[in-house]
Design a protein around this ligand. Structure first.
Ligand code: AMP
Length: 616
């Protein structure tokens, strides 16, 4: 297998160029020898784990070849290995899925039974993740030279973590990465030179973390050459924060003293190393922000910014207009495609349009297989939940180098940390090839109808939430005859909107508080990622119910039919995105109601928390 690029210590201009070259050569090599690399990856995974219970259960018996693997191992989804995962979570340290010790669980934003999925991981995976990160800037430097001469202003955050009953940590993959020595103790590298000191990123209080990161970003505004966050939604929240708090930030910059609300001693110490009284800079920022015109704010306050580094593929594409507005159309760059299960790919043409982004899957990360899918281009762009595959379908799985241009596939991976033929749930389209390796557009996540931030709400969850909500209408002899939903990102943070058409049989008018209770009941029914977004991350705003005039959904059907939908097969879409449909719905609003408070949420899984804790 081609050798991964190594980290070198002191980087001069010359050896930076050499290091970049080595990295690009690594990409050349792994993509050119993709099939051999994949074969080696599979053999390594299977031989390292030959003794694990899961492989023995399926009779693999030490075989490490593709044929035996494909013949004997089933294609699975999370629920198939949940009993094994629960055993690990409860403290069983025997080799169940992986022979290496499980170091922690990564909590995916994908959920099962309303709770985050738990992905077991092992120490060495951190190296693989670091490797993928190390590919990004050498690729970028081919398109935007000179990035080593300045800094990146990235808004990076950690999320809460919990312990499983067996004592393993459970936390999101990025929290795990930022807290690891790979991030905290990274050797000096001009490409990981950020305006945010580590302490500000590692602060668990979201206000203190955001405030101090913005303050440090403003203090070093001239040095900033690129800005970003992981997802577009996070970056927009940071700009929104600036809109609200610029006066306070300016005061700190003018006086060189730090807002007393920043109480974390390590954050204070780190910020004070950067913050110096700078009345000129304060005047400049105040001059810009006090105009209250936020268009192009990025280029105004950080004038040397070359691009905005955020993921805007998949559901995040809904934020492109807002980002364009704030950045005066700077390039939006999506650099990588990754998940809690494994990190997958990099964008080798980072300045391309967001709609054309494709990710080159790096063959040394895991063993990839692809299940062909046929998508009927529905209103929601989503697919039904994955069902178990028949024997025949399992045989249809295609290897990395055998995928066809233009075809859509569901991604299936076998990882070093113990997932075998695991359905990630993402649908990709092959848009081209880098040597032997497909470059894939991210199409959608299976079965997701609504998403604002990292939340992913599916149709079944929405349906169940609706059932719980409409109970509140029973005393008024009212029913919801039709409904649909929409992820409204025109507010910051964005929020879910439900359009309801009612059938009112009773004569008592329904007070607003009842609809507010309905909104809250829906939020209470959603999965823990949604509720965490509302409560802890504040990345999702209160859910809104909009009551529409009687007959609105008939009009919606008429409209769909006028566009060619079959009258016999017409079903109300449970989520709408198409602008004319939204216009139609919004033109017939009778009243609207917001959820009056946050739903309940506590860190960790429901079953790990004592009942009293759930009541908090
Ligand atoms: P998580 O398991 O919470 O880390 O979320 C991983 C999921 O986020 C992936 O399976 C994708 O559905 C989505 N995702 C990650 N990277 C991208 C990307 N570059 N574009 C679109 N969706 C992405």
């Amino acid at each position: 297998m081609p050798e991964a690029p190594q980290n070198s210590e002191q980087l001069t201009d010359y050896n930076l160029a050499e290091k970049n070259q080595k990295t690009l050569q690594f990409i050349e090599d792994v993509t050119a020898n993709a099939d051999e690399v994949q074969k080696t990856v599979l053999a390594e995974i299977l031989s390292q784990n030959a003794n694990v219970e899961y492989l023995q259960r399926h009779g693999l018996n030490g075989h490490t070849d593709r044929e035996s693997f494909k013949k004997l191992m089933p294609v699975i989804k999370y629920e198939d290995i949940q009993p094994d995962i629960n055993r690990i979570a409860n403290g069983d340290t025997s080799p169940i899925l992986c022979s290496s010790a499980i170091s922690e669980f990564l909590t995916s934003s994908g959920t099962s039974g309303g709770e985050r999925k738990l992905m077991p991981t092992i120490e060495e995976e951190l190296e693989r993740r670091s490797l993928l990160y190390s590919l990004l800037m050498p690729v970028m430097s081919q398109f935007v030279p000179g990035l080593e001469k300045g800094k990146g202003m990235y808004f990076l955050f950690i999320k809460s973590e919990a312990k499983t009953p067996g004592g393993l940590l459970a936390r999101p993959v990025l929290t795990s990465y930022y807290k690891s020595s790979h991030f905290k103790e990274r050797p000096y590298d001009p490409y990981t030179n950020y305006t945010s000191p580590n302490e500000t990123i590692l602060c668990s209080d979201s206000y203190q973390s955001m405030y101090s990161q913005l303050l440090c970003g403003l203090c070093q505004n001239k040095e900033v050459l690129r800005v970003g966050a992981v997802f577009a939604s996070g970056f927009i929240r940071a700009i929104r924060f600036l809109e609200k708090h610029w006066a306070l930030l300016c005061k700190d910059i003018r006086t060189g003293t730090l807002n007393p609300q920043i109480t974390d001693p390590s954050v204070r110490e780190a910020v004070m190393k950067i913050l110096k009284p700078d009345p000129n800079l304060a005047d400049f920022i105040e001059g810009v922000c006090s105009k209250n015109i936020w268009q192009g704010i990025i280029t105004k306050l950080w004038p040397n910014t070359k691009y905005v580094d955020v993921i805007v593929t998949g559901t995040m594409s809904q934020y492109i207009p807002t980002l364009d507005y704030y950045s005066n159309d700077l390039p939006l760059v999506c650099t990588m495609y990754a998940s809690s299960e494994c990190y997958f790919g990099v964008n080798l043409d980072p300045l391309c349009k967001p709609s054309e982004v494709s990710y080159t899957l790096i063959p040394s990360m895991c063993y990839y297989e692809f299940l062909p899918v046929q998508r009927n281009n529905g209103v929601t762009d989503s697919l039904p939940a994955p069902k178990s595959l028949s024997e025949k379908e399992q045989q249809e799985l295609v290897d990395l180098v055998d995928v066809k241009l233009g075809q859509e596939y569901e991604l299936i991976v076998t990882t070093y940390s113990g997932l075998y033929r695991y359905r990630v749930g993402d649908v990709l389209r092959v848009a081209g090839f880098k040597n032997k390796v497909p470059q894939c557009n991210f199409i959608c996540r299976k079965n997701v109808v609504l998403s604002i931030d990292s939340d992913k709400t599916d149709e079944v969850e929405l349906q169940n939430a609706m059932k719980n909500a409409v109970n509140h209408l029973v005393p008024f002899d009212a029913t919801v005859t039709e409904y649909t939903s929409y992820a409204d990102t025109s507010t910051i943070p964005g929020h879910y909107v439900l359009f309801w058409e009612l059938n009112l049989k009773g004569s008592t008018p329904i007070p607003p508080s009842v609809f507010e209770d309905c909104s809250l009941a829906i939020e209470e029914s959603f999965n823990s990622v949604y509720r965490q977004g509302r409560v802890s991350d504040k990345s999702i705003g209160p859910l809104e119910i909009k009551i529409v005039e009687p007959g609105t959904f008939d009009k919606l059907m008429d409209y769909a039919i006028s566009l060619g939908a079959s009258i016999n097969q017409y079903k109300t879409p449970r989520c709408v995105k198409f602008a004319p449909v939204l216009e139609l719905l919004n033109s017939r609003i009778v009243s609207s109601y917001f959820s009056p408070k946050c739903p309940k949420w506590v860190p960790g899984h429901k079953q790990w928390n004592k009942p009293e804790l759930n009541e908090v």
